[in-house]
Design a protein around this ligand. Structure first.
Ligand code: C5J
Length: 226
């Protein structure tokens, strides 16, 4: 067991039962000229976490620990995108419409791919999810159960939408969840801050939160202790 200094109190990480989950680090949310940008968001807030997220991925790869990458992605015929979702967003730009990087949030389109700096490696799990949460209609819970995973370390975007929804879904399914605060971001700083407070409130009602440096320090301490 590795003790990670975190909020609201230390997180006991068991590497034999832990996986990293990187949520929706896709070109359309993150890159200038993508869907997020055309909606008027400041995507530089999101591009800023690419180096931290890459370092977090490296940490898990170095330890040969499992990594899950998610993409928010719909089928080209939109049969998995109900009107309750498709009709949201700014007028004139909806899921399935032609954007600057292909059709918005459609599997296989250029904008739907994970940014090259964080590209999944062979053997890592890649999930296309039609919802905000990573368990809805993905079969991910079964795949994690097969591997004996009970703890999930989270990164990705956006903190208050797909990351928080996935953490809540995970917590309801019995996973212990740790959010890496400098490897997650929102277009709205106040939403990120509030989401983190909601997650750690009431004795980690959804999960724990810590910066990457604290997780790295915990792994280093474990190696020093042998
Ligand atoms: C959003 C996401 N914000 N990945 N998706 O629509 O958080």
């Amino acid at each position: 067991m590795i003790k990670v200094s975190a909020r609201p109190f230390d997180f006991d990480l068991d590497p034999s039962q832990a996986a990293l989950v990187v949520i929706d680090m896709q070109r359309d949310f993150i890159e200038p000229g993508g869907f997020g940008d055309t909606l008027g968001n400041d995507v530089s807030r999101l591009t800023a976490i690419i180096p931290t997220t890459a370092a977090l991925i490296r940490l898990f790869r170095d330890q040969s620990l499992p990594i899950v990458h998610t993409r928010e992605a719909h089928r080209p015929d939109l049969s998995d995108c109900p009107p309750a979702k498709r009709l949201r967003g700014k007028p004139g730009l909806s899921i399935g419409d032609e954007g600057t990087m292909g059709r918005i949030l459609i599997a296989g389109e250029p904008g739907n791919q994970i940014v090259s700096e964080l590209a999944p490696a062979a053997g890592e799990i890649v999930i296309d999810k039609p919802g905000k949460g990573m368990f809805w209609a993905t079969g991910l819970h079964e795949r994690l159960q097969e591997r004996g995973i009970t703890q999930l370390v989270f990164a990705g975007v956006t903190t208050e939408v797909c990351v928080q929804t996935s953490m809540r879904e995970a917590n309801d399914r019995g996973y212990e969840c740790l959010l890496i605060v400098d490897a997650t971001e929102s277009y709205f700083p106040e939403f990120k801050a509030s989401a983190i407070e909601m997650i750690v409130a009431q004795g980690a009602i959804v999960g724990w939160a810590t910066p990457l440096a604290k997780l790295e320090a915990a792994f280093e301490q474990e190696m020093a202790d042998g």
